[in-house]
Write a protein that binds this ligand. Structure first.
Ligand SMILES: [Zn+2]
Ligand SMILES: [Zn+2]
Length: 71
């Protein structure tokens, strides 16, 4: 009858959030360290990069070539 969404919270109410680096799959915690992302692909491709990989791609998005930004 009712749909329960136990354990699912799209808003991340616990106050912290992690992203996964698309290159090395390492979890990067928002607020804990610098995270690079592509303004065009952040939502579409979850294009987040750890600091080391951002440096490896010369701070340019490997998908579209856009300059990465920090969040
Ligand atoms: Zn990485
Ligand atoms: Zn991009």
């Amino acid at each position: 009858m009712s749909i329960r969404m136990k354990g699912t919270n799209a808003y991340g109410h616990s106050g912290w959030l992690t992203h996964k680096c698309v290159i090395c799959s390492r979890s990067i915690r928002v607020g804990g360290t610098i995270i690079y992302t592509c303004p065009k692909d952040a939502e579409k491709l979850r294009a987040y990069f750890c600091e080391a990989d951002a440096r490896n791609v010369k701070y340019k998005c490997p998908f579209c070539g856009e300059q990465l930004i920090t969040i």
